[in-house]
Design a protein around this ligand. Structure first.
Ligand code: SF4
Ligand code: SF4
Length: 333
């Protein structure tokens, strides 16, 4: 086993990737509770390319019984979003931010909670690395209790809380977590929009959705294939030439649109960053809900240079992975 390390001159941060076998496949860290290591046999550069079989709907989908109501299909990539991404790219160039300031700031009104990194779908380009570095990690229920307690103490007026993952319904204590959040909504924040984000795929998921209280609404991409149209999350902007004048401390509109990230590693400007910290192990999550004065610029400086959501990238159904991510997953030295 060898370990990979690399320093980022622009942040002064040293990351220590997981210990990886000399052969190169990813091995989860020892603190990934119950993490499963799967060699990446498909869809990774240097490996055989995906076959058209991956576009075939997964076999168990047709056997699933339908929950009470089929949710509206949420699309990750739309023309409007691509236009916004292009505007965001221009707005986050250093000569523009130098004149007009940063366009985005951490949200005080929206939250995404990644309660688990378990997912049975294995989508290509998953932005929580559930395919690239599978894990059974779950957020302890005590973390949700702490989040609720802190929200009450700090009088946070959350407008929307999204329960996400991974596939959140696969959390072993999913119903307990939902119950806590519904109770918080009832007693402290009746205007809260409590949302569950799910793939809506598979019998176990449908079974959990059937028991979901009315106080929780569902948002779903209703995936039927692993080859979904995604932005290439694993193309790090620092590996691209066209981002050489980018100001990474800007973050991106996900900070405001999706909101603060609550993850098993702490609080981040977005939940995507928490998922990245699982791989890069910067361990930069805050222990508490950040104060309004905390712009989390240390997190944006560290994670946005690595994140394919920064600026503009053309969406794809194929796996795309740049050098920094291949090293982080242990696919190249
Ligand atoms: S369903 Fe979502 S969490 Fe699961 S692999 Fe696909 S993109 Fe990742
Ligand atoms: S880590 Fe990615 S998703 Fe999060 S703010 Fe930065 S660019 Fe956006």
């Amino acid at each position: 086993m060898v370990s990979r390390s690399r320093s980022f001159a622009h942040t002064g941060i040293q990351w220590q990737a997981e210990a990886v076998p000399a052969g190169g496949s990813f091995a989860p860290a020892t603190d990934f509770s119950g993490a499963v290591s799967l060699p990446l046999s498909r869809g990774i550069p240097g490996r055989p390319r995906e076959t058209s079989a991956m576009a075939i709907p997964l076999p168990f989908h047709s056997r699933c019984f339908e929950p009470v109501k089929t949710p509206y299909r949420h699309r990750n990539v739309t023309i409007k979003r691509l236009v916004l991404d292009a505007c965001q790219f221009v707005r986050c160039q250093s000569f523009v931010t130098g004149r007009f300031g940063k366009p985005f700031s951490p949200s005080r009104f929206r939250v995404e909670i990644d309660i688990t990194y378990k997912c049975h779908l294995r989508c290509l380009n998953c932005n929580r690395s559930c395919t690239q570095a599978p894990s059974d990690m779950e957020m302890p229920v005590s973390d949700i209790e702490q989040f609720i307690r802190k929200s009450i103490e700090k009088k946070m007026a959350w407008q929307r809380i999204r329960i996400l993952g991974g596939e959140p319904t696969l959390h072993s204590r999913f119903s307990d977590i939902v119950e806590l959040l519904v109770e918080y909504k009832k007693t402290h924040n009746p205007a809260l929009n409590l949302v569950l984000g799910t793939s809506y795929h598979g019998t176990a998921v449908h079974r959990a959705l059937k028991k979901l209280p009315d106080a929780v609404s569902i948002i779903s991409t209703r995936k039927t294939s692993r080859m979904n149209l995604f932005r290439p999350f694993n193309v790090a902007p620092i590996d691209t030439i066209y981002n050489r004048f980018s100001d990474y401390t800007c973050g991106c509109r996900i900070m405001e649109d999706c909101g603060l990230g609550v993850t098993p590693f702490g609080y981040y400007m977005c939940a995507v960053a928490g998922g990245m910290d699982r791989i890069f192990r910067f361990r930069m999550g805050r222990d508490d809900i950040p104060d309004a004065s905390d712009d989390l610029s240390d997190q944006t400086s560290a994670f946005c240079p690595l994140c394919g959501h920064f600026g503009f990238q053309w969406p794809t159904r194929r796996t795309k992975m740049s050098t920094t991510w291949r090293k982080a997953y242990g696919l190249e030295p």
